[in-house]
Write a protein that binds this ligand. Structure first.
Ligand SMILES: [Zn+2]
Length: 252
């Protein structure tokens, strides 16, 4: 058991949100009770996640996608009212960390996805250094993009989208979790043979074909399932909290 203030300080010290320009507030987004016993981690503070966390007795939530984003109209209506009402009614703390949770070199989404895929990063690339670039941890090559795609499918348990026009072995692999299609050009510039992220938009298919760098989109949610649970597990062990990861499946 700990208190909300110490938990907030521990998370902020670990994730250093002040170093990032982000799309929403990082840290405590909704204040709940002071005494913290059980933390539930998840990808998104959706209604289903909040309900599941309450059902499992959590008093504190840690997510990658919180409730508040730049560009929202600021009204507490509809889905926002329902999510907020549930949190406030149950006196639940909601912590959310977006880019700081992608970026953390050990517990973040990119680091944890790399570990899951058996990749080791040797450099970072792209805006705010969020992209990871490296190779297989056994130093072998993937025979081609199809082999890399099949590997990602089996590691994540999900079908992926591959755009591939090079039929040659792949050593240097870049990755950036979530909706990082905008990082593809900096991955190409950094010398990647393939780029893995959650989503793909129309232009990237052409860049992949024209630049000979394979593109693998493995799902925004699927690529970001590992960071929040790693951070929460680490911090829970440090502060003697209970912790449970709750995965609410998402096809996107
Ligand atoms: Zn995301």
């Amino acid at each position: 058991m700990t208190d909300r203030i110490l938990l907030a300080q521990t998370l902020d010290t670990l994730l250093a949100p002040e170093k990032f320009r982000d799309y929403g507030p990082n840290g405590l987004q909704v204040e709940g009770r002071m005494q913290v016993r059980k933390m539930a981690s998840g990808v998104t503070a959706s209604l289903a996640f909040i309900e599941a966390a309450i059902a499992r007795g959590a008093d504190t939530l840690l997510v990658h996608h919180g409730l508040f984003w730049r560009g929202q109209d600021g009204c507490v209506t509809g889905w926002m009212k329902r999510r907020l009402a549930l949190l406030l009614q149950h006196d639940i703390n909601l912590f959310a960390y977006h880019l700081p949770l992608d970026a953390h070199p050990q517990w973040g989404n990119n680091a944890q996805l790399g570990q899951r895929l058996g990749l080791v990063a040797t450099q970072r690339f792209g805006e705010q250094d969020l992209g990871f670039l490296g190779q297989r941890n056994d130093d072998q090559l993937f025979a081609d993009a199809g082999a890399l795609g099949a590997h990602v499918e089996s590691a994540l348990g999900r079908r992926v989208t591959i755009v591939d026009n090079r039929d040659q072995p792949i050593r240097r692999i870049a990755w950036c979790t979530g909706g990082a299609q905008g990082y593809f050009e900096s991955a190409i510039a950094a010398g990647a043979g393939a780029f893995i992220t959650g989503e793909i938009s129309e232009p990237q298919a052409h860049y992949a074909r024209e630049c000979g760098v394979s593109y693998i989109a493995c799902g925004h949610h699927a690529s970001e399932r590992y960071g929040a649970q790693a951070v929460a597990g680490h911090v829970a062990a440090q502060l003697a909290l209970e912790h449970e990861f709750i995965d609410i499946d998402n096809p996107a």
